[in-house]
Design a protein around this ligand. Sequence first.
Ligand code: EPZ
Length: 419
Amino acid sequence: MGKFLIEKSLNIKGDVYIEGAKNSCLPILAGAILTNGKTTINKVPFLSDINIMCSLLEEIGIKIDKDEKNKTLNIDTKNIFNKELSYSLVNKIRASFLLAGALLARFGKVSIQMPGGCSIGVRPIDLHLKGFKALGADIKKEHGIIEIEAKRLVGTEIYLDFPSVGATENIILASVLAKGETIISNCATEPEIVDLIEFLNKIGAKIEGGGTETIKIKGVDTLNSCNHTIIPDRIEAGTFLTLGAATKGELNILNVNCEHLKAVISKLKEINVDIEEKDNSIKVFGKNIFKNIDIKTMPYPGFPTDMQPQFMSLMTLANGTSIINETIFENRFMHAAELGLMGADIKIEGSSAIINGVKKITGSKVKATDLRAGAALIIAGLCAEGQTEISDIYHIERGYYKIEEKLKNIGANIKRINY
Ligand code: EPZ
């Protein structure tokens, strides 16, 4: 187990290199089940979630050579076979359920543990199962295990009641080898879905409409291999932009796609932070005083829920009252109580948080409750008077590669202690 000890850090300045997107690499690793031959994935973030997903693929005979130094995975599915995935690994990451669609497409049968909820919400999978059923699969749920079977998946029209990222990805993965065309309406439009579609089209899938609310998948008979580079992690980039604003620092964020950060950049400009956008980098110049703003989390391209906790930390020290309305997850304000221990003035009313800006916050012993909440506490700790001790940092290290090293390189006073 580990903790971070953080002191107030006033000279946050320098370059930060952003990793490949965790939430793009995970569905693409599920898509690797559908490849034939040797596939290479570049700009892989070697986070615990990614390593767990690789272990799950190795359980079904997929050979994976990891090259962390060059951020590359070499994958060979020559000896792939189907089996029930082990509970101990599946239970560690919700994204393991993305393997269901790919296994169903390749083998016509999946037996997998129901994914649990987590601190931010129940996280149901009804829309994933609605899609599998529509494609002709039979689904049985017993003792927490889901058995999904289909002699032949047949393309169809599927409407998603909510533009779920995971359901969109799982249905795409299940339909690439189906007979005929599948049309998914009201689907998610996140950049990570566009990246998955680009990967699948490179191995021979026929998918159109990535990034729009309607995706069309023409079933094909065989798929091959490819060489693919993961898009930059917009949430890691947004986290460091927010950190630069909160600490009144000056950061140059490298390996960024500004297009994917429009909502975050626009909100930072609204609070009176200077932002300089270049082709694949962004500079942020924090200001002494920054204004309060209101935020409503929405599906992409709206303001991302995965940036909500980080902005709550920022608004804690803004001038005036800010309101955050969290519309995606029903329990994603756990970090408010932790920030309260540091002197933040935050009231939760249903799906809204009312944040009255305070002059200062003070260091305290706090707990990371999920990966983005943990990032929010790092931002608060860097601005707080005195020492902040963050426990349960395994949450943070699930989503932020070498975060302690990256923070130290930009002048943050942070130390990791193991206990
Ligand atoms: C993905 O989760 C991300 N995870 C999450 O990032 C992110 O917060 C979320 O999308 C929203 O952008 C990965 O990509 C691995 P959803 P996912 O299905 O796919 C409801 C992080 O910080 N819903 O879009 O699980 C659900 O209850 C993580 O990296 C259903 O009702 O998100 C939720 O309210 C946290 N039925 C809403 O949709 C379903 O079948 C959004 O969920 C599926 C979802």
